[in-house]
Design a protein around this ligand. Structure first.
Ligand SMILES: C[S@@+](CC[C@H](N)C(=O)[O-])C[C@H]1O[C@@H](n2cnc3c(N)ncnc32)[C@H](O)[C@@H]1O
Ligand SMILES: [Zn+2]
Length: 292
């Protein structure tokens, strides 16, 4: 299979030595001679040495997330993240823990001159991310790069990105490594964090015994980020959605509860729900800037 140029290559760095990467066909290499072959599904494998990332979402979780997000019920969350990510700083939009790339694609659609870098430890998610179309973007000529690079990388290790290369970093229901985010963010850039509030999906949490949002979460987020960042703006989103039972199964299947619930008991509990069931979406989108 032939490979076109990887988008956003200038923003990426060798995971072994931090050097710049150049591309020759499907091979990326740095001046020190470290090299990495693009996966045939289009993502760049740039895991840090010694990283043993086993935390990525499974094929079933990723398929459930893709179908659920395609339904559009989280589009208002994506729009809020995209709006908060607008900045005059130079650089790419980056998202550690990007999953299928839906949020990044929405942010790139709102900011047509940017490139994006989605990083994740799940190869199943990256396959989708590498193929993701930017909504409403004109199709480019075959052979010219898209705008979104999918990168296999562990958010808890050094990210394979150049210092200051990101105009905005998105953090959406995903691991958050404040030091690395601060390093890759341009000094004028913004960090956009979406966190669920305690009443997020509360009707399903009650009826299906899902894991609930930890009440200490907002404080933990502030503690994690407060040393390096200052909150600049906060948007609280709360709205009802109507879900068919298939959507409920997808929503449960894409989240952390999927691994904890007995499938038989879950199926019975979903079958007992009204159809459609009205569910509350409730999240906070906060925009942070690096402290001077
Ligand atoms: C709940 S999903 C959110 C995905 C996406 N941000 C969204 O909201 O659609 C969490 C994502 O983090 C990824 N992930 C888990 N551990 C990770 C790690 N150590 N480094 C990078 N990604 C990780 C998972 O594979 C998954 O795609
Ligand atoms: Zn290198």
């Amino acid at each position: 299979m032939t490979h076109g140029p990887l988008p956003a290559l200038d923003a990426l760095a060798c995971p072994n030595c931090g050097g710049a990467l150049a591309q020759d066909g499907r091979r990326l290499s740095c001046p020190e001679g470290h090299s990495f072959d693009l996966a045939k599904q289009g993502y760049a494998p740039l895991l840090a040495p010694g990283s043993n990332a086993t935390t990525g979402d499974t094929a079933d979780q990723v398929a459930a997330r893709e179908d659920f997000l395609e339904s559009g019920v989280y589009d208002p969350l994506m729009a809020a993240v995209a709006a908060a990510a607008r900045t005059d700083a130079p650089g790419v939009l980056a998202e550690p823990g990007c999953g299928t790339g839906h949020y990044l694609a929405a942010a790139l659609a709102a900011d047509p001159d940017r490139y994006g870098v989605g990083l994740d430890t799940s190869k199943y998610a990256l396959r989708r991310c590498a193929r993701r179309e930017i909504p409403d973007a004109p199709r480019r000529d075959p052979g010219s790069p898209g705008r979104l690079a999918a990168v296999l990388a562990d958010a808890w290790q050094r990210l394979p990105m150049r210092d200051g290369a990101a105009a905005a970093v998105l953090n959406v229901f995903a691991p958050r490594n404040a030091d690395e985010i601060a390093r890759v963010l341009h000094p004028g850039g913004v960090l956009v964090v979406l966190t669920p509030r305690q009443d997020h999906l509360r009707e399903l949490v009650d009826a299906l015994d899902l894991l609930s949002v930890d009440p200490a979460k907002p404080q933990r987020t502030a503690d994690q980020l407060g040393a390096s960042f200052e909150a600049e703006r906060t948007d609280e989103l709360r709205y009802p959605i109507e879900l068919a039972r298939t959507d409920v199964h997808r929503l449960v299947g894409m989240g952390p509860s999927a691994r904890h619930l007995d499938p038989g008991a879950l199926a019975a509990a979903v079958a007992a729900l009204p159809e459609p069931v009205t569910v509350t979406v409730s999240a906070t989108v906060t925009r942070w800037r690096a402290k001077a």
